[in-house]
Write a protein that binds this ligand. Structure first.
Ligand code: 5GP
Length: 108
């Protein structure tokens, strides 16, 4: 489904777009800032990523930090849910950037 967002077929509120990454606001935000950062390449989950994806995964992590800075966030959380048991519901790899409130640890 995120492939359709990446291609523009499904509309989204994009906050960043380049040749390898798309970042957009989560449709059901769990924090005041909740952005999903997605590699355009279809990788179903982190466990399916391989060494050739290391560069784009680095870009995704650095983009999360850049978007956090743009939102004025110093403290924030970056989350990847891998597999349904960990809370993954969309099987196109994405990093969650969450900020604007306090978070507890350990996560639920
Ligand atoms: P997951 O549960 O797979 O880690 O995260 C999927 C996220 O995608 C959820 O936070 C959910 O709210 C968000 N989401 C699901 N469908 C859409 C959609 O069509 N548009 C946007 N912007 N976010 C979506």
């Amino acid at each position: 489904m995120f492939c359709k967002i990446v291609s523009g077929e499904i509309p989204s509120r994009k906050v960043h777009e380049d040749e390898r990454i798309v970042a957009f606001e989560d449709i059901a935000p769990k924090a005041p800032t909740h952005v999903l950062i997605v590699p355009r390449k279809h990788i179903s989950k982190l466990d399916e990523a391989s060494a050739e994806d290391a560069s784009v995964l680095g870009d995704v992590a650095l983009r999360a930090a850049a978007i956090a800075r743009e939102h004025g966030l110093e403290d924030y959380r970056v989350v990847v849910n891998n597999g349904a048991g960990a809370g993954q519901s969309v099987f196109h790899l994405h990093f969650h950037l969450l900020g604007g409130r306090n978070f507890s640890w350990p996560p639920g």
